[in-house]
Design a protein around this ligand. Structure first.
Ligand code: AP5
Ligand code: MG
Length: 373
């Protein structure tokens, strides 16, 4: 179904059933983590009113909610425009604050909200956002609960507006894009063994080219964190360093491509890892008049992979970064995944780069290839 607001056409990108099931997962996580604390939810007006209400009514412990608005005013500081929180009359000292926001893009506004709330001496501040634009995010603060990652696109519904209209719809709608624009997307596959630097380079690529990062590993870990059915299933494989079954991963990536369809393109990291996954991706792309520009493969010897992941196990604490599981992941990559490169080599859409260079040098080579692809 599509809607027209101020002469622009929008179509559903996140249906309300998906919204409600995600909000339920977030609420379940909050009920587990926050019960017993002195919690004050703070909804940021106007956009968060639906999300705030849907989360709050699912809380199963005694807690409070209040709403704040941000007022723009010309500050005397060098930063010029400062947004000040207004409407706060409650005592926040010693409380656990959970900020409920509709959308975080650059993160500048949320960082300023956090700083202002810190001045009230709370015990801790947690951030929950219904929508998150990873390709626009420029800040460092932790976001504790995220509903959906979305591309840098124009969206309305579920509290969000386009020039005042559209807040009342229960679904999220994105502005309709023409078929020609889909054909102009840049879709990049980032390929390589565990620890090759896929995630590291993806972050840089999405920022420079304004693309959406789809990492099957990150998506599966977030499903595990939310203890969803998919997460429970995936954990049985990830915890051993085995591949999650094709049909689950294919469906998961298909849903994301469908959901974020209105963007400049994707950096897909960690998918496809098997030939059936590669074939399924080709079909999905064809059905949407999209295509993969290039598969970029990062080549790193196994010994260096092991060293990197052992270091990362200390800094990031990923559960599958233990020596035994690392060995199994590398073995499975060599046995089952490495051959997927041939699939793209044969089609002339493949480039291999040494992953044993500085992160910046690798990135420069990647940029050259993407610009010419
Ligand atoms: P996933 O999360 O994709 O893990 P992975 O492939 O094992 O790769 P990593 O995320 O560990 O490494 P990376 O290449 O992103 O390297 P990073 O940039 O972090 O998958 C996890 C699991 O999910 C799988 O085992 C599987 O069970 C399941 N799964 C996922 N996708 C699936 C699919 N399609 N089908 C079935 N199952 C699936 O870098 C690593 C470290 O090195 C970092 O500390 C970094 O700082 C450092 N580093 C990066 N670049 C450099 C450099 N140039 N020089 C020095 N250090 C560097
Ligand atoms: Mg990764």
């Amino acid at each position: 179904m599509s809607i027209t607001l101020h002469n622009k056409e929008f179509e559903i990108s996140i249906p309300s059933v998906k919204i409600q099931s995600r909000v339920q997962q977030i609420a379940d996580a909050m009920n587990n983590e926050l019960a017993g604390k002195d919690v004050m939810f703070i909804g940021i007006l106007n956009g968060s009113f639906m999300f705030a209400s849907d989360v709050f009514r699912r809380m199963k412990f005694d807690c409070r909610i209040t709403f704040l608005k941000l007022a723009s005013y010309e500050g005397t500081s060098s930063s010029g425009h400062v947004k000040q929180l207004i409407g706060l009359n409650d005592n926040l000292k010693g409380k656990t604050i959970v900020i409920l926001e509709d959308i975080i893009d650059t993160g500048i506004t949320m960082e300023s909200i956090i700083k202002q709330l810190m001045g009230f001496d709370p015990a801790e501040i947690k951030v929950a956002t219904f929508l998150f634009k990873p390709s626009a995010f420029k800040k460092e603060f932790k976001i504790d609960y995220i509903g959906f990652d979305i591309p840098n696109d124009f969206i309305v519904g579920y509290g969000l507006d386009y020039d005042g209209l559209g807040r009342n719809y229960e679904d999220i709608y994105s502005i309709v894009k023409s078929k020609k624009e889909f054909a102009n997307m840049k879709n990049i596959l980032l390929f390589g063994a565990p620890g090759a630097g896929k995630g590291t380079q993806s972050k840089k690529i999405i920022e420079k080219f304004n693309l959406v990062h789809l990492s099957t590993g990150d998506i599966l870990r977030s499903e595990i964190q939310f203890n969803s059915n998919l997460g429970k299933l995936a954990n049985q494989y990830i915890s051993k360093g085995e591949l999650v079954p094709d049909e689950l991963v294919i469906q998961m990536i298909g849903n994301r491509i469908e959901m974020y369809g209105e963007c400049g393109g994707f950096v897909i990291d960690g998918f496809p890892r098997t030939i059936p996954q590669a074939e399924a991706l080709e079909k999905m792309m064809k059905d949407k008049n999209m295509s993969i520009n290039v598969m970029l493969a990062l080549k790193v010897p196994d010994e260096i992979l092991r060293q990197r992941l052992e270091v990362r196990s200390v800094t990031e604490g990923r559960k599958d970064d233990t020596p035994d599981i690392i060995n199994n992941r590398i073995r499975i990559y060599n046995e089952k995944t490495a051959k997927v490169a041939n699939f793209y080599q044969k089609q002339g859409r493949f480039a291999e780069i040494s992953g044993v260079q500085t992160i910046e040098d690798i990135f420069k080579q990647i940029c050259d290839i993407i610009e010419n692809s």
